[in-house]
Design a protein around this ligand. Sequence first.
Ligand code: ZN
Length: 400
Amino acid sequence: MNWKRFTRRDTCPVCNGQRHDCRQNLETNLIHCRSDNANPLDYIYRGQDAWSFNMWAYKPDADEWASDRHEEWLLEQQQKRELKEQQEREQLKKLLPIRERDQVIRLILAQLELSDRHREILKNRGFTDTQIDSAGYRSVKQWQKLDNPVSNRLSGVKWDGLSLINHTDGILIPVPNEDGLYTHVRVNDCSPDTTHKYYPLSSAKRGVKYHLASGEQPVAVYLPDKPPEKQIIGFTEGLEYKPLLASFNLGIPVIGASGGNFASSREAIETAIAHVKSEVRSSSLRSGAIAQKSEVGEDDFEFVLYADAGSIINSHVALQYQKLGEFLPNLKIADWGQLEDQENGLDIDEVDVNNLEITLITIKRIKEESDKLITSKSFSDWKSVNITPRNGDRILDYGR
Ligand SMILES: [Zn+2]
């Protein structure tokens, strides 16, 4: 080993010459010093060597070493991330194209029926028999068996193609895109105490996701049965009954996203909007609902979000809505008194739309209102918990 010995003239920087046996390892640059009361500012203690010399590293060197290591670590993390993304892209590329998914889903629907009990549930929700039949709803038992096997390349089909991956009984819901093609299937678990009322069937565990080839979550697109009279494209939370009923009842196209998470389906929503616009324009022209081509301008479409009851007092939901507003700057939120009313407010599929007074609010005002409400709500919660018991509250009496 190559050592440098410190001398009286060239003193040890750790003890400043207090001891005379200090030395530096020229390979590691560590200083070996036996002083027990040295506390050098520029050095970091690195333990003892075999002869009980304390070892000290020069701090700037140590920092540089640490930052080298840090960069190395960052690089490793980045490589791992890139590999994972690469694998995900490969998986997405292998997914069944939408047209073929639609075919497999229709093969599944053809093997199943809708029970009277489930039809009753749907009617109670406001559907007509015709609507129920055209929506393709079916009843499924847990791990629904299929008599005729279907392609296991559809997410939600077991590897042997002989059953579905639904962990509960319920109503099977095929979800259409803007072309009326089914992208995936979901289940409505009708049991009252369920935690997942709606869930997608998925084979993600064997690498077959129900996502779109872009990696985005599919959206649901429902078109009205008659050419719309107004140029409005509606949005609701959910991919199931709500956007479908809203479309029927309001007579406009409606796009639904899971949990109101519109931002994670931006591309799908933009594609759907473009398609719906041209569809509405041509069908309105055909039907004469709009007389001349010149009346149908590109930007005449209004975007209206039919927000759920109590949505703006929920900061998470309010944020989701704002994210939709980021790529649809003209977005308006429909308000019929439901926005602040989580307890008694009704969603768009639960109200009588013919007797509904709707106010359209800009996304900017929603943000202001929501911020205000969320702050004051948590403040009043805090007050009621800590200070004033409300009428009817049970007051604990420790005195007896
Ligand atoms: Zn020393």
